[in-house]
Design a protein around this ligand. Structure first.
Ligand SMILES: Cc1cc2nc3c(=O)[nH]c(=O)nc-3n(C[C@H](O)[C@H](O)[C@H](O)COP(=O)(O)OP(=O)(O)OC[C@H]3O[C@@H](n4cnc5c(N)ncnc54)[C@H](O)[C@@H]3O)c2cc1C
Length: 390
């Protein structure tokens, strides 16, 4: 059966299809009704938003980019980005947890898991009943993934994993983890492989929870592996291909993060416009002052420039030709634009931008999250320069 998302544009145009518009509206309605009104409370409580997360699963969001044969909806990548954008517009905390589940947290199991993994873990994860995440970063290795120290040593038919992971999204609530480990410590990136590790496996424990500046309702913590024995079938992909297989979804990760940034920037702009009309100084609304109006105009211009890049990068992915330069540019431009807009928003709010009672400070704190995963701005500039032949 053809899904409603099967209309894929073969030529780049700037209009969304009717299906994409309809889908965007349905996510926006859900977010406006159920997410935005509780976003401040979620941030304050700083706990994983389980009820809303499960609801996203029931709505089919986690399976959006997977084919129907895997329990997904077979949507095009632009549709997937629209979902990320709309949820981020309501709560970047929820969007962080959702995007992990939709992409990095489940993709290796989808591509390399056994039928048993798929029926026991992937299918329930796409329905929102189980939670998956990816564990690559370590206390001493972030951007420099090739240096990771977590080891996977063959023992009979099994692998024994030992190491410590850091900054793992949803680890506190996750049922399964895609863990990056070195099968060959001498081989740099080529010595990295991905392993499926399940909650409850002896030797696996969740360490310290990290108190964060932003996206506080997306829980993040350490993950400790002490001689965790996993069966050979839990090696996700042929030996030596973990990093290459990560590379295959890197353009998607960067483009999706760009889409998250669009959503946050939209919330920021909306809030800035509203406040600038409500707040009056020297006898007129601050919106009447060019200094304020131009800040908002600049935010809008940067948002649209970023949107163009995100949609172009998404289109390349849909064509089966992911473009790393474009995806890196999309992430760089969109996340920097969102951070700049959030900064300006707190200035437009004056001292109320400093008050916890208003959303401006949450946008400012949450925006920082966009700068790390999928490559920092410094790393992205390096990649773009290299792709440009610099
Ligand atoms: C909220 C949150 C959630 C996260 N979730 C996960 C997760 O679920 N799983 C996971 O595996 N990881 C996760 N991460 C980790 C994230 O992927 C890393 O933070 C990221 O890779 C950057 O690594 P680092 O923080 O160690 O910074 P470092 O790599 O130590 O970088 C420090 C600084 O040096 C710069 N730098 C480093 N190398 C270079 C270079 N070659 N050229 C120029 N500048 C350079 C960086 O840009 C940065 O400014 C998460 C992080 C955060 C904040």
């Amino acid at each position: 059966m053809l899904s409603v998302f099967s209309v894929v544009k073969s030529e780049m145009d700037f209009a969304l299809t009717a299906e994409q518009e309809l889908f965007r509206k349905s996510v926006r309605d859900f977010v406006q009704k159920e997410v935005a009104p509780v976003a401040a409370e979620l941030d304050e409580r700083a706990q994983f938003p389980m009820a809303l997360f499960r609801k996203c699963g029931q709505l089919g969001y986690f399976g959006l980019r997977y084919p129907e044969s895997a329990g997904g909806l077979g949507a095009d990548f632009t549709t997937f980005c629209l979902m990320a954008e709309e949820i981020a517009r309501g709560s970047l905390s929820l969007a962080a947890a959702v995007s992990m589940q939709c992409l990095m947290g489940t993709d290796f199991v989808y591509r390399f898991g056994t039928d048993d993994h798929k029926s026991r873990l992937l299918a329930p994860a796409l329905a929102g009943e189980k939670i998956g995440t990816i564990a690559m970063t370590e206390p001493d290795f972030g951007s420099d993934l090739g240096g990771i120290k977590t080891r996977a040593v063959k023992d009979g038919d099994d692998w024994i994993l030992t190491g410590r992971k850091m900054w793992i999204t949803s680890a506190t609530v996750a049922d399964f983890f895609t863990v990056a480990a070195k099968t060959d410590p001498e081989a740099g990136f080529k010595g990295i492989d991905m392993f499926l590790v399940e909650k409850g496996m002896p030797g696996l424990s969740v360490g310290k929870r990290i108190e964060k500046l932003g996206v506080r309702a997306s829980e993040t913590s350490e993950l400790i592996l002490e001689e965790v024995r996993v069966p050979a079938a839990n090696l996700l992909g042929p030996v030596g291909t973990g990093f290459r297989n990560l590379g295959a979804i890197l353009a998607e990760i960067r483009t999706m993060t760009g889409a998250l940034a669009l959503g946050l920037a939209e919330a920021v702009i909306e809030s800035s416009i509203k406040y600038s009309h409500e707040r009056a100084q020297f006898g007129k609304p601050i919106a009447a002052y060019q200094a304020i109006a131009h800040k908002i105009a600049e935010m809008g211009a940067q948002l649209e420039a970023a949107r163009g890049l995100v949609h172009r990068a998404a289109w390349q992915i849909e064509q089966g030709k992911p473009d790393m330069k474009l995806a890196s540019m999309a992430k760089l431009v969109a996340t920097e634009a969102a951070n700049k807009a959030a900064d300006e928003c707190t200035r437009i709010f004056g001292s109320y931008g400093f008050a916890m009672e208003y959303d401006a400070q949450r946008y400012f704190r949450d925006a920082r999250f966009l700068l790390y995963g999928g490559g920092t701005s410094e790393i992205l500039r390096g990649i773009i320069a290299k792709e440009m032949g610099v």
